[in-house]
Ligand binder design. Structure first.
Ligand code: TXA
Ligand code: MG
Length: 343
């Protein structure tokens, strides 16, 4: 299969992407978080192609992308909490997990009684949903387990020859995947931290959002919470000391052994004497900039074939910084730290 590179700046290309989707094809498209791999969300055969192209196990459910609150009511049973959050945070990087209506194919939800739904903000994503005339199932457009794509080039690096097209709109703005909140049970549970913080969700609900990590009992709440995920090929070495001096010592030792370095701007003056690749992600006080550059930097360092990447964690676990550290811990294969979602 030849994968077409289409431009979101061209109306004809956007139309073509819509045609491919309506015909049951696979089209990767930009959202504000990461590129998604889209297909008709209510067509079992189209959804099946997503799993095949990504090498994704059938037990890992997909997010349905919709235009807004009206579509939500066609897919699931939103309660008052869900309607409040959707009206407040959509369109945007918030995914809600809710009890599914029977119309949602079992394959989309991996056999679960619940379905994940989000309304993306990116204009190209919104137009494709309109052109497809039904919700688009779309996981991140990477091979299963790999780092999510934030550019069309990243998508092609993983999926060229396996999908019909990618719609290029340049780099995505948020850079990490959406917040996933389950409202399928009695209490709201944060399944994945992202662009919308647990604190903002709790404030809007007037009820504390619990962290999935905090509930040890019961089945795995979200299959995507697997510990090793979002991974580059290189080993990640996380530098996490509160004590700056110890962090510097560990970074220097890692660099001395040939590790590439993923640093915060505050580390810019460090280790300039060592001949290793270094990328500055942004300031520790600007998690939005760090998130926006994170996945591109991981892919770039990985492509150099380096065996270890040493990376500084964000110092404060809140909002986007919590999402960044969550992804880095998963990429390193270490279990996510139980964090207090209200911090
Ligand atoms: O920002 C995003 O959310 C991107 C863009 C493309 O929208 N999409 C994305 O999809 O990250 P994916 O498939 O890579 O991650 C979806 C996550 C997975 O961890 C999956 O297990 C979880 O959502 N999920 C989906 N349906 C679920 C359900 N019914 N119950 C619990 N977790 C669910
Ligand atoms: Mg993914």
């Amino acid at each position: 299969m030849v994968t077409k590179l289409l431009s979101a700046a061209s109306a004809a290309d956007r139309e073509e992407a819509g045609r491919l989707l309506r015909g049951g094809g696979l089209v990767a498209f930009p959202t504000e978080t990461v590129y998604g791999l889209g297909a008709l969300g209510l067509e079992d055969a189209a959804v099946a192609r997503i799993f095949e192209a990504k090498g994704r196990p059938a037990c890992d459910p997909l997010i349905l992308h919709v235009s807004g609150v009206v579509d939500l009511q066609r897919l699931c049973r939103p309660d008052d909490r869900a309607l409040l959050l959707a009206r407040r945070f959509w369109p945007g990087p918030l995914t809600l997990v809710l009890p599914a209506l029977p119309e949602v194919p079992l394959r989309v939800r991996a056999g679960l009684p619940s379905v994940a739904v989000r309304s993306p903000q990116h204009p190209a994503a919104r137009e494709l949903i309109r052109l497809a005339r039904q919700p688009l199932a779309a996981p991140s457009a990477n091979l299963f387990g790999h780092v999510s794509p934030t550019t069309a080039r990243h998508v092609l690096d993983d999926l060229e020859g396996r999908i019909d097209a990618v719609l290029d709109a340049g780099p995505t703005s948020v850079g990490v995947e959406s917040t996933v909140l389950s409202l399928a049970g009695d209490h709201p549970v944060l399944l994945r931290p992202g662009g919308i913080s647990a604190r903002d969700l709790s404030a809007a609900l007037g009820e504390e959002v619990r962290s999935a990590g905090a509930s040890s009992e019961g089945p795995q709440l979200s299959p995507g919470m697997m510990a090793r995920h979002y991974s580059p090929r290189a080993r990640l070495l996380l530098i996490d000391e509160a004590e700056d001096h110890e962090a510097r010592r560990r970074l220097r030792a890692a660099a001395g052994e040939g590790a590439a370095l993923l640093l915060l701007e505050e580390d810019a003056g460090e280790l300039t004497d060592l001949p290793v690749r270094r990328i500055l992600l942004g300031s520790r006080s600007d998690p939005a900039a760090v998130a926006a550059h994170l996945y591109a930097a991981l892919r770039e360092l990985d492509d150099t074939g380096v065996s270890t990447i040493a990376v500084r964690l964000m110092p404060v676990e809140e909002g986007l910084a919590a999402a960044i550290n969550d992804r880095l811990r998963r990429a390193a294969g270490s279990p996510p730290r139980e964090h207090d979602p209200l911090r």
